[in-house]
Design a protein. Structure first.
Length: 540
């Protein structure tokens, strides 16, 4: 009860937070699957391609919450808080199952529940995917660690729970290795049901990764990237950054940008030492007979691996990546607290006092960090303050103003970025959208044309092409307009749904001499018009 009450009170301010522009629109606010989960069929729900990787369980959770409560930020944050409390209790239960005494298990779980690093997944609506994944992984480990965990029914349940975890967040693919590690800890032989479980998890994990790679291609993203000297160095720096945040959680930001030069190399070297130290601690604990500690450390490392950047599955550090690793580390922390308390009555009292003081410090820090996630502006102002010379951080502040329906303030930010960083193209589409919101379409067209000239990516081409196809504004750069309309025309020819947009794109492309693509668009236009006449004839 102490753990439940203390954890809930520490994160209670999150219930007053709203939505932010950090993935909330794509995952929830503008995601039609959260209104009609089968809008794209069963395959569309399973793959969730528009989100770049498969998270059907998370989408279904959002859909259920949206159906029950509408778009109430309070309700979504309440569900997140309840999931976090459940995860804390499950972590304590796993520690108890693996030999920890009640008070050390409760103390370690409490420190996990109050740690400022876990604020991000609790206070951020999109962080529900981390909470759901952790909840299902912990449940699977509890089922598997039971004395009857090798029976067919328990094995099947553990598999379903791991599958749900992977469906909540693909990084839970680490369960493919964590479950066998638990069986090794429990000195179990691999029987037929265990072999089937491992094989099924391996197939599910590989499928999830494959769908993620396909999803990145579908949305035209860069994908997770390839391993190279630069990416590996940044990944090791991220390990050092997040290890520091576990020990000294300040500053905690929504977005981190890697340094350059010697600072990056020094951080990478420190990150390599952190990994070596943790692996060494796990090996030493196993050799000394502290196998539960070894399992906990190894499981935490395995859970962090898919999001570390050390494998080409993710990029950039985030505090939410530490949620499942820290939940698994509760076992090791509980055994550590138990050993400290075993050195006599005085040591027991000192351990209890130190745990209580750490819990109070974590509660204070978590409360402050929860306030950061209050809205889009409070979220991005600290990032801009920490990285005052990085245009990516300043762009987020402009995006926040735009998200909160303040285009005037957003325009000031974007114009300042353009003056200060004339070669920075990433903010230009949002800059143009702000001008559109203010009714300045000619200015928006000029900005989008400039974006294509600076950086001819698929995103910039699509932004300019769709603008020209939906606005009666002449193009100021014919070469950029032609390339953009060709890019957009290929999409509209198969997926276009608005006759006016398809028709205008066809006329413009024919004017540029792109007759084949213009003809394909005209066929699509004729098809749309036939559908419209059919609906009118049937009265629907």
């Amino acid at each position: 009860m102490l753990v439940i009450v203390a954890t809930a009170i520490a994160h209670l301010p999150a219930l007053g937070n709203g939505f932010t522009n950090w993935d909330d629109p794509g995952y929830l606010l503008d995601n039609r699957l959260t209104v009609h989960p089968l809008a794209d069929g069963v395959t569309g729900l399973v793959t969730t391609r528009s989100l770049a990787y498969p998270v059907p369980v998370t989408v279904l959770a959002y859909a259920a919450e949206r159906a029950a409560f509408g778009l109430s930020p309070f309700a979504f944050h309440l569900v997140s808080l309840a999931l976090h409390v459940l995860c804390v209790l499950l972590a304590a239960a796993l520690a108890r199952r693996l030999g920890a005494r009640p008070w050390p298990a409760a103390g370690a779980a409490l420190l996990f529940g109050l740690h400022p690093v876990v604020v991000e997944p609790v206070a951020w609506v999109v962080g529900q995917k981390d909470l759901l994944a952790a909840c299902f992984v912990l449940l699977a480990l509890l089922v598997r660690s039971d004395a009857r965990g090798q029976r067919a029914g328990a094995t099947a349940l553990a598999f379903v729970l791991c599958l749900a975890a992977i469906g909540a967040k693909p990084s839970a693919v680490a369960a493919v290795a964590i479950v066998p590690a638990l069986d090794l800890l429990l000195a179990r032989r691999i029987d037929r049901s265990g072999a089937i479980l491992y094989s099924g998890l391996a197939v599910a994990g590989a499928l999830s990764i494959a769908l993620g790679l396909v999803g990145h291609g579908f949305i035209g993203g860069e994908g997770p990237g390839r391993l190279g000297a630069r990416s590996l160095t940044e990944a090791l720096w991220a390990v050092w950054l997040q290890a520091r945040h576990v020990v000294w959680p300040d500053p905690l930001l929504a977005r981190y940008f890697a340094p350059t030069g010697l600072a990056l190399l020094a951080g990478a070297a420190a990150g390599a030492l952190v990994i070596a130290a943790l692996v060494g601690a796990a090996v030493a604990s196993w050799r000394r007979g502290h196998r539960e500690v070894a399992f906990s450390l190894a499981a935490g490392l395995l859970a962090y691996a898919p999001v570390s950047g050390l494998v080409p599955l993710s990029r950039g550090p985030a505090d939410s990546y530490l949620y499942l690793p820290l939940a698994l580390a509760v076992v090791a922390a509980a055994r550590g607290l138990g050993r400290l308390a075993d050195d006599g009555e005085r040591a027991s009292r000192l351990t209890a006092v130190a745990t209580a003081l750490a819990a109070l410090a974590f509660t204070f820090a978590s409360s402050r960090q929860t306030d950061v996630w209050h809205n889009a502006r409070t979220l991005w102002d600290p990032v801009a303050s920490h990285y005052p010379d990085d245009p990516r951080a300043l762009m987020r502040v402009g995006d926040a103003h735009l998200f909160m329906n303040d285009p005037g303030a957003a325009l000031e930010e974007y114009e300042a970025i353009r003056r200060r960083y004339p070669g920075f193209a990433a903010s230009l589409p949002a800059h143009a959208a702000t001008l559109q919101a203010l009714g300045r379409n000619r200015g928006a067209e000029a900005i989008l044309a400039h974006a294509v000239r600076l950086d001819r990516t698929r995103d910039s081409l699509e932004a300019y092409g769709f603008f020209l196809a939906t606005h009666e504004v002449p193009a100021s750069d014919e070469a950029a307009a032609r390339a953009s309309l060709v890019t957009v025309g290929e999409l509209l020819a198969t997926r276009g749904k608005r006759a006016a947009t398809v028709g205008r794109a066809a006329r413009l492309l024919r004017g540029y001499g792109e007759t084949d693509l213009a003809s394909a668009l005209e066929r699509r236009l004729a098809e749309l018009e036939r559908r419209e006449r059919g609906r009118g004839a049937t009265g629907h």
